[in-house]
Design a protein around this ligand. Sequence first.
Ligand SMILES: [Zn+2]
Length: 608
Amino acid sequence: MPFINNDFINDLSNQVDIVDLINRRVPLKKAGKDYKACCPFHDEKTPSFTVVADKQYYHCFGCGENGSAIDFVMKYDHLNFTEAVEVVASESGISVVYDQNAQPVDPKIKRYRDLMQKVSEFYQYQLKNSPAKDKVVTYAKNRGITGKIAKRFDLGFAPPGWSGLFDHFKQDLEVVKDLVEMGLLVAKKDKQGEYYDRFRDRLMFPIHNAKGDVIAFGGRVLSEKDKPKYLNSPETPIFHKSKELYGLHHARKHSHSIDYILVVEGYMDVVALHQGGITSTVATLGTATTPQHLQTLSRTTDTIIFCFDGDRAGRAAAWKALQITLPIIKTGLVVKFLFLPDGEDPDTLVKKESLKDFEVRIEKAHTLSKFLFDHVKAELDFDTIEGKTLFIEKAKVLINQVTYDLYHQQLIEGVAQEVGQSVEQVKKVFDQQDQSSQMPSVDEPPMPHMGEHFSDFPPSEPIVVQGPNAKGLRSKMITLLLNYPSLAYENNTVEVRVRGLKKIDKKFEILLELVQSAQMIEEHDITQEELIKPFKNKNTIYNRLNQLCIMEPYLSETQAKEEFLGALYTCEKQQKNTQNKAFINNASTIEERKKVMENIQKGKLKKK
Ligand SMILES: [Zn+2]
């Protein structure tokens, strides 16, 4: 992913019309010099969301949300920083200036994406014009897919025969090579230079990334006797199954607000739910849910609902999802489980029932704790003393993976309630052997003083990061840094920025020390061992860092950098918001508040 030029970003705010940009999403009413609306970020009946045109910023007196056009688009459209800059620029008719000095984007990636778009258009054309289209059109009609929904998802048709796609693109050898790399053409064994189409006689679902680029395809057979029922593109340089979610782009585009995201099993389910009126839904792509999926989702919504068949396989898949969720769950994130009646999937059910009935099911989805307790109980004879003992032991192993303290505590209370013992008694059991078995969070217990070279900082102010993900973001940045140490020494502003965070919240001490550790060793190939050496005599932290060293190498260096800088930006923003809220709350009159807001904004502009 290319980096956007810094000067361009700083200048962008001067070139866009924030009123126009917000008005397109939230209708504004003129009120004196300013514009007002009911805040899109919190529930209210009288408008306290204000857009100040001449200062180019917005502010809500109710919830404290505030910022520039870019901040608004990030929050409202659920985009990361880079994506938001691109949207703001494009809606204002400005072309983005990318940084020439930044790591060059692999030109292949852009070529692949353009080609995938062309392939998608080819399949869409075939759906309308192929001599064999009757079969697929009948199939789609039988499944209840309307033309409107087919268009929304760019559905297509891979014609029967072995060379429909090949014949269309075969003039250009370079393109043929790329199609092989994308897994759409397969080289014939023992016949050099001959290829056949991977997808034949299938209803085609283009798979989009979150930004809306086509990055892969899935195809479904039209006749039940053909195999395999679903076929996906293989892993390619632009398609990583463990990362991508089918429908995320459409969920963001077609949902007014995303109160929850439903995670279903297949793309037919996503399409059918859209058809039924439920747009905030995604599907994994032939893999179980991964931690990366959860992280992506938690950036878009506060509530993730896993939806599975009620049969054995569905329950097993749900259990797997629960286990992946436990260490990742964090403040403000709610995870639920929805089990459908035996033999039903969302596709069949939403057609049988009304939208309302289905929404009732969603509302009644099991909480994570209920599913956890029920599942463990079902494995043992809970009515006996032995069963209850085993229940506590098994629950302990699971619950001790939760690093979100308050939730951890609540789950322990839940266990106590289930077995009818006091919380203290159960807590005692949970604390036993914890030194060896529990995975301590990097941030807990509170950090001891880390070394003399920190003493030149003022003691931390009584302002703490309060955003929902502060802790998760810290862990994320630490993990990224451990796996991509170049993040620290290739960008010389990182240290200054992390230092800034640490001034406000001491919990950033470990991150800062890691950044410095990476910078000291710089240039030569730094090992993770060297990187965490300074922590060697701090057992708990050292062990936790060691655990964080293991990370699936699913990110390119550029993506890692993007993720890291994004997390850093969010932390800074959260701290600023907290500070600003405090300032605003301290103001006693409306006039004073307005002054404070203006000063905040001035301060911001100065810093930029
Ligand atoms: Zn608000």
